[in-house]
Design a binder for this molecule. Structure first.
Ligand code: NAD
Length: 272
């Protein structure tokens, strides 16, 4: 069993690695002996995380990478290849929503500016596709690799208010399937692309939706979320790690093009 889930010595690239979920995923892969290339929009933040991982006995490098800037991804790829010589795992962890693209009582759907919509679409969709182009090219040369995208509960049935984010995450599921087929049919049967769809994790990105700014109390939306989560709690980043290691390792060798919900049962519950 241990060998099945073994990722020791593999090289993992994590975009958005200094985010709440990416950070935890990078640390866990390093704890299991993977060489991790942690990427952030600034070199300083990436280096800080890499240092922390190294201080805990892991192998890590920090690199700056803006997933919306292909040139910066290509430079980051050179850094990984120089340090580790290959790329076995790619976690497309950069993503998120923006308040400016979110409907609220004072801000209607009709008021959302195009640049806010564009920012959310680009970060989630273009960022994931571009990073897969750049790091996936190395997997093609190796004939093997595992790409893990980060989707969301929005991707199956949209949640209210977050219009661009919902559409973008639905796009992530579609891209996950598309890319899985494309790699296999054109390059190698051993390159896999899957996604994790986290349920509700209380993080920076969604804090404004879950906690009333003025009272500090849970919003009606937060109560609804927990009411629809049979396990009756938010996820914690550690909840994603088992699925991550499964998808990253040979334990999932015949799993390809799937989106795995890690949601405390949210997507299973009809509400009745
Ligand atoms: N938190 C949740 O409840 C939740 C639920 C479902 C899905 N997700 C998804 O999980 C992923 C990680 O979310 P998180 O909660 O850790 O958010 P986060 O904001 O803590 O992390 C996202 C990271 O992406 C980075 N980033 C932003 N723009 C970037 C760019 N152009 N290039 C490179 N990096 C960039 C940010 O700096 C940040 O470090 C996202 O795709 C998010 O949509 C989160």
């Amino acid at each position: 069993m241990d060998q099945l889930f073994d990722i020791k010595g593999k090289t993992a690239v994590i975009t958005g690695a200094t985010g709440v979920l990416g950070n935890e995923m990078a640390r866990e892969m390093a704890r299991r002996g993977a060489k991790v290339a942690v990427m952030s929009t600034t070199r300083e933040r990436a280096d800080k995380l890499a240092e922390e991982i190294k201080n805990q006995g892991g192998i890590a490098i920090g690199l700056a990478a803006n997933v919306l800037d292909k040139e910066s991804l290509i430079q980051a790829r050179s850094g990984v290849m120089e340090a580790f010589g290959r790329i076995d795992i790619l976690v497309n962890g950069a993503g998120g929503n923006d308040k400016a693209a979110t409907v609220s009582p004072d801000f209607s759907f009709f008021d959302i500016p195009a640049d806010a919509l564009e920012w959310v679409f680009n970060l989630n969709i273009l960022g994931t596709i571009q990073a897969t182009q750049v790091f996936g090219e190395v997997m093609v040369k190796q004939g093997k690799g595992s790409v893990i995208n980060i989707s969301s509960m929005n991707s199956y049935r949209p949640l209210t208010n977050i219009v661009a984010y919902s559409a973008a995450k639905a796009g992530i599921n579609n891209f996950t399937q598309w890319m899985a087929v494309h790699f296999n049919q054109n390059y190698s049967p051993d390159i896999r692309v899957n996604a994790i769809a986290p349920g509700f994790f209380h993080t920076k990105q969604n804090h404004f939706l879950l906690v009333d700014e003025k009272t500090g109390e849970p919003t009606p939306r937060a109560r609804q979320i927990l009411g629809h989560t049979p396990m009756n709690r938010y996820g914690v980043p550690q909840d994603l790690l088992g699925t991550l290691i499964w998808l990253a390792s040979d334990a999932s060798a015949f799993v390809n093009g799937v989106v795995v919900p890690v949601d405390g049962g949210f997507s299973a519950f009809s509400g009745v």
